[in-house]
Design a protein around this ligand. Structure first.
Ligand code: MN
Length: 261
């Protein structure tokens, strides 16, 4: 097969896969693969359905005091985003303390508790006024960070991936339907390590609200059903070591617990 026909074959397969994706809830059929790649799902509270994850977006420095502790000026910076791979998701059942492996290569492993918004509607240039209509559900999550690697890469003006986008870097609780919880614009968000309070703030201290994040993000990317957004962490991020137990809270959601192993 020459290069041109290989390209055409690949394109045809690509379009076929795309057409399959356009049918919500319908499994793709007729595509043969040499091995299976697991998809990522998050449980939905009160439902036998699972939320299929398409992309994991994260906003950086979205609480003023956290932006300052990371060495930037929160008043002048527009929001910025990065992604984690979908299989960075580690589902954690409420009322449990899940084992979370201390990752390789780091000596400064940090917690960041965050509100997560899960979308069931996409779009480009979504107006802020209707942005929350795109939110299907909310969850509590951890944006776990190899801080030393993130900083080193930043210092060298290289991508953050190794610091932020590694395996199991996104522990998350189950999704709670927005229709039942309402929007999360206000309420306590805190994190304890071994029972000691570390992060303690209010969701109303976000620089960019969830609605603004969706509006801004949709200027840069076409958002799609299945996208989730980690909405940033408050100040006082810090390190954990093996044996530490992290307990996270957001008013209106069950706590999220992990033990570093
Ligand atoms: Mn974060």
């Amino acid at each position: 097969m020459d290069r041109r026909s290989l390209f055409e074959k690949t394109t045809t397969l690509g379009l076929g896969a795309l057409a399959g994706c356009a049918l919500p809830g319908v499994a793709q059929t007729g595509i043969k693969t040499p091995f299976a790649v697991p998809a990522t799902y998050i449980p939905i509270v009160g439902s036998d359905q699972m939320f299929p994850v398409r992309r994991v977006y994260c906003i950086g420095r979205n609480y003023a005091a956290h932006a300052r502790e990371m060495g930037s000026d929160p008043t002048r910076e527009p929001p910025f985003f990065f992604q984690k791979p979908t299989d960075a998701i580690q589902n954690v059942a409420p009322g449990t303390i899940a084992d979370h492996p201390y990752p390789t290569l780091t000596r400064n492993y940090h917690y960041e508790v965050e509100l997560v918004a899960a979308l069931n509607r996409g779009g480009r240039n979504i107006p802020m006024a209707t942005a929350l209509d795109h939110v299907y559900a909310y969850a509590i999550g951890l944006d776990m960070t190899r801080r030393d690697l993130q900083r080193a890469m930043g210092d060298e003006k290289k991508p953050w991936e190794i610091g932020k986008s590694f395996d199991r870097s996104a522990p998350i609780g189950p999704l709670h339907l927005a229709g039942q919880t309402g929007a999360f614009t206000n309420g306590a968000i805190w994190l304890k390590v071994n029972g000691q309070i570390k992060q303690n703030a209010n969701l109303n201290q976000m620089i960019w609200s969830v609605a603004e994040q969706i509006a801004k993000l949709s200027e840069a990317f076409e958002l799609m059903p299945g996208d989730i957004i980690f909405s940033g962490t408050p100040e006082n991020v810090g390190p954990v070591v093996r044996g530490d137990v992290i307990d996270c809270h957001i008013d209106g959601l069950p706590n999220l617990g992990v033990k570093i192993v």
